[in-house]
Each structure stands twice: as structure tokens, then as C-alpha cells.
Design a protein around this ligand. Sequence first.
Ligand code: GAP
Length: 444
Amino acid sequence: MANTSLMDKIVSLAKRRGFIFQSSEIYGGLGSVWDYGPLGVELKRNLKERWWRSMVYEREDIEGIDAAILMHPRVWEASGHVAGFTDPLVDCKQCKNRFRADDPRLKGTPGEPDAQCPVCGSKGTLTAPRLFNLMFKTFMGPVEDSAAVVYLRPETAQGIYVNYLNVLQASRQKIPFGIAQIGKAFRNEITPGNFTFRTREFEQMEMQFFVKPGEDERWFEEWRAARMQWHKDLGIAAEKLRFHRHGKDELAHYAKDAYDVEYEFPFGWQEFEGIHNRTDFDLSRHQEYSGKKLDYLDPATNEKFVPYIIETSLGADRLALVVLVDAYREEEVEGEQRVVLRFQPSIAPIKVGIFPLVRKDGMPELAHRIADGLRGRLTIFYDEGGSIGRRYRRQDEAGTPFGVTVDGQSVQDQTVTVRHRDTLKQDRVAADRLLEYLRSQLSG
Ligand code: GAP
């Protein structure tokens, strides 16, 4: 299967089955902004909940917050984003298209007569590269002047740094400790694309771990290993995961060391999580720009220091794309082709499909009673339309791990069959023990 066509198939399935739609599609769409449909929203919620559980509920040294998207404009001066969050861009004066200066399609040297526009083919019409800031700007209050400019945050991390002392004092944590947050971020990306891989509005799941200087390298290694294990535990194919360590020329202005967690997408190996040793850069800068002391007094040693920060930064949308791509299979079963999403059951949007074998002989009534008993406890989908084979296939495509069929025997003895999506194995289970059975399968 050609790689491009695999991506096309996934995009088409995502739309057809209600995972992901293009934003404002009836108006022709908005570039690189996407909406999640009924199945997509469940998948993403399950991923976010799993991340939150592993960070906040299962550890005693991490607290959660939910900071606002809009922040004081000085935050972005302190963070380095106003000065440095830029891409060099080149404009074509002829066709008005805009390109990143490192776009491999550009021929010659932009700004010189030999340079050629890759879209209209004109020569000598490309401007010399100019820096373009990726932050979205908006205006606060009724007057659209520069005094009221605020930015849509390009990362959630800064909301954690500026709240670090508040959280420390309110939670009575001691260093080392962390703060986790899930929220939207915005970047006016110049070359977005590859479906939801690079978008202008996205969600991040970031955790900032505050440590004593000198202990940073140990914590960095600890978090690096923990994050890779987390992805493997999610069922992502281990051979499609790897680390990429940033070379000196790739390191962000704040980082002493950084690794990307990469996945092998159909369009190549790409980052979906970053683990960064940000040193004391962020807190020192906020201390300098705000004039407020952000150092920590170690109660055990009476030492004062500005903590170092180890950051784990995962894109919720990118993780959802990894999981979709990784789960997608085309298989032949029982002499027929099927498309199946082999999600780990715990993250599947719908856990159980419920099907009366035929629409008579008391089967729909019993199936409805079973559905009513499960609804609100597990995500279910009731379906009595079409052949049973077609109904199974529809749920395979949605990634539903279990199919409950009510047949003639069910009406006699109150048992049902449970079909397993991946093995196609069928178990017969008493209807009144079904919830217990499904729960044991989901936690296994
Ligand atoms: N606070 C550090 C930070 O934001 P980053 O490497 O720029 O680091 C971290 O972003 C993660 O956020 C990426 O690994 C990716 O999953 C996600 N991300 C960044 N830009 C994105 C975009 N334009 N579209 C979708 N996800 C994005």
C-alpha cells in the first residue's frame, strides 16, 4: 500500500465515521483547523483522561492546574516568544504566495534575481527572508491599539511557570514536584499539513517538574524513560517509536538537553512529544521581568535556589493521530475484507456494540433492555439495521472492541454472545453478568 494512499484512507475514514471533520467545512474549510466528531471527541477525551490519571491521580508529587489562554503580554517577552518565536519567510511579489525560507521547493537565493517562485515560476520576484512571528495576536478591551495587544498562548507551559509559587504554597508541595496542565495552544504555522499533525489550534498536555539544580539530569532521564513506557503501555507499536536527541543547532533557546519522542507516520518519522531540560531559564526570566522573587527555600538545608525545570510536552491531537494511524488495519476475515481500528479497549470511543440478530421474536426488546442496563456505565452503540456481518464491520471501523449479539437462544435462556474485535472469538455470557464480564475484559 502506498504511503500517501494510506494517509488518504485514514483521513476519509476519520470523516466518514465521525472522528475528525475540517473546521467550517460548509464555507470551504479553514486552513489547518479541525473539529472532532462524536467518535473523535471520545477518543481524545480518553487519551487526555489517561494522561491526567497517570500524571495527577497516580502520583503524589504532581498537581493539576487550568490556566487561562490569554496572559499578560510581558509573559511572552520574558519567555522569549516575542523576540524569538519566528520563522524566516519569503514572499513572491508576483503571485503573493508565502514560503518558509527553508522550503526545499525554492530554487536560487531569495532576494536575488536567480531565485524562482515554486508556484508561479517567476524569476527574481522572491523577497529576501523576513522574520515572521508565529503567535496569534488579538486585542483586549474596546480599543484596537497596540497598548491592548494580547497573544493567544503558543504553549501552555507559561501558565504553569507564572503560577508556580501559587501552586507551591497552596498545595504545600516540596521540591521536587510537578504541575500538569491540559489546554489549547495556537500557532500561526506557515507550513501546516498532514491532516491534524501540524495545525494552527491544538491541545497540549504539559507537565513541568521543578527540581534542585544538579538533580536535573537524573530527573530528565527518569522522565524520558517514563514517557516512552507510557506510550508503549498505550499499545502503540514499539518498533514505530524512537527517541531523537536534539543536536546543538536544534536546541530551543531555553533548553540544555532535549529529546523528541517520534512515531513512524506514513509520511515519515515525526515528533509527537518533547522532553526538555529547561534549566532555570523560565523562572529566572519571569523573576527578572515581573520583579517578583521566584526562588525556593529548601526547608531541610535552608538553601535558596531557582528551580530547574524538566518538561514533558505532548500534543493531544498528535497523540490522537498516532493512535489512529497505529490502530488502522485492512484485513481479510471470514473471506471478506474489513477495515478495523485496533485501539486498546480502554481508549476506544465506543466500548460495546449491541445487536439483536433479527428484528423479531423478542430479540430487539431484550437487546434494548441490555442496552439500557449498560448505558451510562460504558459507551455503547445499539444497531439493528442490516445484516449482522455489516453491523460487525461498522463497529470494527469505529474500533469498538466488543459486540454483543442477542439471538434466538438469548430469548430462551437470557445469555448473549460477546464477539471480540481482534480475535473474532465469541463467548456466551449470562445477560445479568454482562457488565461485570465487559469490565473485566476492559481492565485486562
Ligand atoms: N512547551 C514546549 C513546547 O511547546 P513544542 O516541541 O513546540 O514544545 C510540544 O511542542 C508538542 O506540542 C509537540 O510535540 C506536538 O505534539 C505539539 N504541537 C506543537 N505544535 C503543534 C502544531 N502546530 N500542531 C499540532 N501539535 C503541535
